[in-house]
Design a protein around this ligand. Structure first.
Ligand code: FAD
Length: 431
């Protein structure tokens, strides 16, 4: 492997493949290297894929991509031990073209997407680990792989190697994670018949539903659980920041068992057969954790650049959009024959002008606020449940008296000033 390429892309997740596909479609010579046996074999995702960013790469992809169900309903549960306050949105328009988002299983989806890149001319090599970036006078000029004689050269190397990018760390772009910058999530794929899924989640064929669960799903710690419907399986998972896990001495697998046997959750998955068990990190440091994304001969995309909006569980779309922006930058740099940091910094500008950094900036203080002030998940979720129970119990008490009782119990538990402070702080964190 001593050939020189225009671009080497490390990783065949959504970020890497979006970049490789777009570069190859525009006539560049692209090598994509994936350590897994095939794209998707090592990848984990709750499973919501967003239509908009994927369609900007492959229009009307839903006509041929291996998707599970179009999501027509998003539910949110504020869950206590034996109750849940819920809200959400169900829209039948999301079940029709052009759709909003889809549930997917990553192994078939990533393989299909990478194959589309290969059809554009990408040379994809699986079962190959990139060990390090090769540099000359501080400029990245290629990569060293674990294959014999496996040094390969390119004008630009794109690091799409995921959350724990060892290559970005070697280059000094990434620091070691702080435990509050990363969440550990465990999930299980549970096989369940199509009819059971439709009955239990109130769906018809080719309609999907997502449930995000806060509160008791993480035993009151900062984090969420999720249940997503596939065609004939459901994905169920739970995650918290590593710092929460350490502080509360939580074991991720215990947390998943707790969730699966929770009385609000158990009936949805009862009788299902476990098909897969997976664990993965999610970069949740947000705006403050985004590293340097462009250097001489190198760009960072997707999770490797920490581009995840944890509040809206958007990661795959940011991966795809950033991969495409990196490709567009490389195409322009190729025309100028200039792969310096100054030239590749166009990518940074695109990123900072896009929804990606704007959204990360909007929530830049959210994770810190909710981690630092545990009352939001620990105290307010149970309080909301008690208030709802009281309000909806018909016991002959006039409604106005009930409202007064509820307000009194909330303010006496936390104190009026503290409640007002909490509300203002939460509003500031997400405004
Ligand atoms: P990845 O998908 O991690 O791909 C990186 C690739 O690089 C892998 O294929 C890996 O094998 C390869 N690789 C790594 N190192 C090397 C190396 N040295 N040499 C060669 N190859 C290498 N996002 C959503 O949009 N919706 C969701 O519902 C959602 N749910 C999630 C649930 C969980 C449990 C998790 C963990 C994440 C979830 N995300 C979700 C986030 C989303 O999965 C990621 O943001 C997205 O996968 C990032 O894509 P990527 O291409 O940057 O990285």
């Amino acid at each position: 492997m001593s050939e020189k390429f225009d671009v080497i892309v490390v990783g065949a997740g959504p970020a890497g493949t979006s970049c490789a596909y777009t570069c190859a479609k525009n006539g560049l010579k692209v090598l994509q290297i994936e350590r897994g046996e095939y794209p998707g074999s090592k990848n984990v995702m709750g499973g919501v894929l967003y239509r908009k960013q994927m369609e900007e790469i492959i229009p009307e992809f839903w006509k041929e991509a291996p998707l599970e169900r179009p999501v027509i309903e998003q539910r949110f549960w504020m869950m206590d031990k034996e109750s849940s306050v819920s809200f959400g949105y169900k829209g039948l328009e999301w079940g029709k073209e052009p759709y909003n988002n889809f549930t997917v299983l990553r192994a078939p989806f990533d393989q299909w997407f990478a194959k589309k890149g290969v059809e554009q001319g990408v040379l994809l090599i699986n079962e190959t680990v990139v060990l390090e970036c090769l540099t000359e006078n501080g400029k990245v000029v290629g990569v060293r792989t674990d294959r014999p004689g496996g040094d390969v050269y390119a004008d630009v190397v794109v690091l799409a190697d995921g959350v724990n990018s060892l290559l970005a760390k070697q280059l000094g772009y990434h620091k070691e994670f702080r435990p509050d910058e990363v969440a550990l999530t465990v999930m299980e794929v549970i096989n369940l018949s199509k009819d059971k899924i439709n009955d239990r989640f109130n769906l018809e064929d080719n309609q999907g539903c997502t449930i995000e669960i806060f509160g008791d799903s993480t035993k009151g710690n900062l984090g969420t659980a999720f249940i997503y419907t596939n065609k004939e399986s459901v994905n169920i998972g739970v995650g918290t920041t590593l710092s929460s896990m350490i502080k509360a001495k939580l074991k991720p697998y215990d947390l998943l068992d707790y969730l699966k046997t929770h009385p609000m959750v158990r009936p949805l998955i009862e009788g299902g057969e476990s098909a897969e068990y997976l664990a993965h990190l999610i970069p949740e440091g947000g705006y403050h954790s985004v590293p340097k994304v462009a250097g001489d001969g190198v760009l960072l995309v997707g999770d490797a650049a920490q581009l995840v909006n944890a509040i809206h569980r958007e990661g795959s779309n940011m991966a795809m959009a950033s991969g495409k922006m990196a490709a567009e930058t490389i195409i322009e740099a190729n025309k100028r024959d200039d792969f310096s940091e100054a030239s590749l910094n166009q990518y940074r500008e695109k990123l900072y002008q896009s929804f990606i950094i704007k959204d990360l900036e909007k929530y830049k203080d959210a994770a810190h606020t909710f981690e630092h002030y545990p009352q939001y998940f620990k105290e307010y979720v149970p309080m909301m449940n008690r208030a709802a129970s009281k309000f909806f119990t018909v016991d002959g008490t006039p409604k106005r008296d009930k409202q007064k009782e509820i307000m009194k119990s909330i303010t006496s538990e936390r104190g009026t000033i503290r409640v007002l402070q909490d509300m203002y702080r939460a509003w500031k964190a997400v405004k």
